[in-house]
Design a protein around this ligand. Structure first.
Ligand code: BGC
Length: 261
């Protein structure tokens, strides 16, 4: 247990949060009153190919694990799912880094059925952004907070005075003749073997463009690479403060659970 004992937890406040990514599915139980994990942050590999059927099977597998935990949520409570696509009313409308089979599918229904409980699905960066803006690096910040997740792609979340504006797709901004995420995601850095200075130069161009378009009060950089912020953040120069995410790997899980609450 992280920061809690079971007697201090109200079991009613526990929700399952699931963050589906390109390589792993992270999951955990979140106390929605405190916004903290009430148990471990666990993961299993994303099925390859990540077809709807394989993903439903992964949901059944992770649920079986969670049901053995001390802090298992009550059976009827909703699960929150962070999904790497445009999600409108529970339906996937894009598939940049996942199987095209998802486009047009009702993710809430499909994965909710596998989990045996209602599911609320939102975009993965929106989930991470909600959590970071309210409980992480953006806590207490008014105005426009922009959260960018640097991973397989680039996810983005815009939160204005605590309210999420869903489905911002700023990873797909055209920059230098291509999509920003194709050149500036964390995976693009690895694929091209860029050193930190080379990566920071790309990030600088992208962030300056985004800053000009949206004039946020604060930019938060998330994704696995954000733990290495000391390597590249000092090389970034903007008028807007740019800070690393604080919730790291758990942001998507926490944000998904909060969205389901
Ligand atoms: C997708 C977004 C997603 C981001 C991060 C992008 O390619 O279009 O919906 O949030 O990757 O996973």
């Amino acid at each position: 247990m992280i920061g809690h004992t079971l007697d201090t937890l109200s079991r009613d406040a526990l929700r399952l949060g699931i963050d589906i990514g390109g390589t792993s599915i992270k999951y955990g139980v979140v106390d929605i009153e405190s916004g903290a994990l009430a148990g471990p942050l666990a993961q299993l590999p994303t099925p390859n190919p990540a077809t709807p059927r394989a993903m439903a099977e992964a949901m059944r597998e992770l649920l079986a694990a969670v049901e053995l935990w001390d802090a298992a949520p009550l059976p009827h409570t909703a699960a929150g799912i962070a999904f790497p696509a445009i999600i409108r009313h529970g339906t996937a409308h894009s598939a940049a880094n996942i199987s095209d089979d998802w486009i047009g599918l009702q993710v809430n229904e499909l994965l909710g059925e596998a989990l045996g409980r209602p599911a609320t699905t939102i975009n993965d960066a929106d989930a991470a952004g909600l959590a970071e803006a309210s409980r992480g690096a953006g806590r207490g910040q008014g105005g426009t907070v922009l959260v960018l997740t640097l991973g397989t792609g680039i996810g983005s979340a815009l939160v204005v005075d605590g309210t999420l504006v869903p489905n911002f797709e700023l990873g797909h901004l055209e920059l230098g003749g291509g999509k920003a995420e194709a050149s500036t995601s964390a995976v693009a850095r690895e694929r091209e073997g860029l050193d930190w200075a080379g990566y920071a130069a790309r990030l600088q161009d992208y962030l300056a463009h985004v800053e000009f378009l949206f004039s946020p009060e604060l930019i938060i950089l998330g994704g696995g690479i954000s733990v290495r912020h000391a390597e590249f953040l000092p090389l970034i120069s903007l008028r807007t403060p740019v800070v690393p995410a604080q919730l790291h790997n758990s942001a998507g899980v926490v944000g998904a659970a909060l969205a389901a609450a």
